[in-house]
Ligand binder design. Structure first.
Ligand code: 1HN
Length: 324
């Protein structure tokens, strides 16, 4: 290095550390790669939560705190390298418990929620005055800014997976929430609702497609197209002893195993992670990670998932890698 170079480097350093800061400016050229990386680089890592492990802990929470007290008795599924409420960089997932006779009081918020019912019968959610019964496999939407409360007219625990777009409101600080004046919003029972997607027709739609792999996207709801502007919901069938075609999308996903045993390979090369799953497990897939589901002999696997695909599409930022 010549003296001229050394002098210039020292000048540059002084410029960056002394001249610029008082003006509240910062050089782009030292951080260009970080601001515009060559590939999407989510912070979240692939991770699996075992239902068998978490169920007793959730029931213990049921003994320690009442739904009324908690407002929502939920164990948040937090990505190991992130903080609440992040399951992925953009998606939130949690396991919620309601016990017989309890009320999770009415409130509304800007954030959208969907629920996938895991176990229990005769639990209900009331959405804007419509009391909707919950059964295993149902997907139930809670559109933005609708009053909703949950309850349980049956016996035994009622457990479901919540999916919300909460992490998005970490950088869009416009999430208002409002409690209702009473614990329940007045409601009447309904048999069907545009908010509710029972499992049977979804499985029938998957089973009517030929071949060992099938995919279904929940449509309509209140948003037209996907179930909401930010979160989309999907289901997949992978036959026993087969694997899904590889896919890689901009989106991040939270998966829930409705039925079956297998594993999912997430990512490639040294970063690849193998998530081994069985019924009712939940796992997180970060953005832009290649995914292959591998299913064991014996039982057909059905996977539910929710993603941020609609948000990315609406922002013109969704893309996929085609594997021919
Ligand atoms: C919420 O309102 C529910 O209504 C569940 O069941 C989870 C997590 C954060 C904020 C609001 C529900 C939630 C939530």
């Amino acid at each position: 290095m010549t003296n001229v170079d050394a002098e210039k480097i020292a000048k540059c350093e002084k410029f960056i550390t002394e001249t610029l800061p008082p003006h509240n400016v910062s050089p782009l050229w030292t951080v260009m790669d970080a601001v515009v990386p060559p590939f999407p680089n989510p912070k979240a890592v692939p991770h699996l939560w075992s239902y068998k492990e978490l169920r007793p802990i959730l029931l213990e929470a049921g003994e320690l705190v009442a739904a009324e007290e908690a407002e929502r008795r939920v164990l948040m599924l937090i990505n190991p390298v992130l903080k609440a409420p992040n399951t992925t960089d953009t998606l939130y997932a949690g396991l919620q418990l309601i016990l017989p006779g309890e009320t999770a009081p009415a409130h509304r918020h800007v954030a959208f929620a969907l629920r996938f019912i895991i176990e229990g019968e005769r639990g209900f959610t009331a959405i804007d005055g419509k009391k909707i019964n919950m059964e295993r496999g149902d997907v139930i939407l809670t559109p933005k800014w609708t009053y909703h409360d949950h309850g349980h007219d049956g016996t035994g625990p009622m457990i479901w997976l919540d999916g919300l777009d909460l992490p998005v409101y970490q950088f869009l600080p416009v999430n208002f929430a409002q409690g209702y004046s009473e614990s329940r919003y007045p409601s009447e029972p309904v048999e069907t609702s545009p908010s509710k997607y029972p499992w049977a027709p979804v499985q029938a739609a998957l089973d009517s497609q030929s071949g060992p792999y099938a995919k279904f996207t929940y449509q309509g709801g209140f948003a037209g197209g996907h179930v909401s502007q930010i979160i989309g919901a999907h289901a997949e069938r992978v036959d026993a002893g087969t694997q899904s075609p590889p896919r890689q999308e901009s989106s991040s996903f939270v998966f829930h195993v409705y039925q079956g045993n297998g594993y999912t390979l997430v990512g490639e090369g040294e970063q690849q992670k193998k998530l081994v799953w069985t019924q009712s497990d939940v796992f997180a897939v970060p953005h832009w990670r290649k995914i292959v589901h591998v299913v064991g002999e014996g039982e057909t696997a059905y996977l539910f998932s929710f993603s941020d695909t609609p948000m990315l599409s609406n922002l013109g930022s969704w893309r996929e890698n085609k594997f021919e």
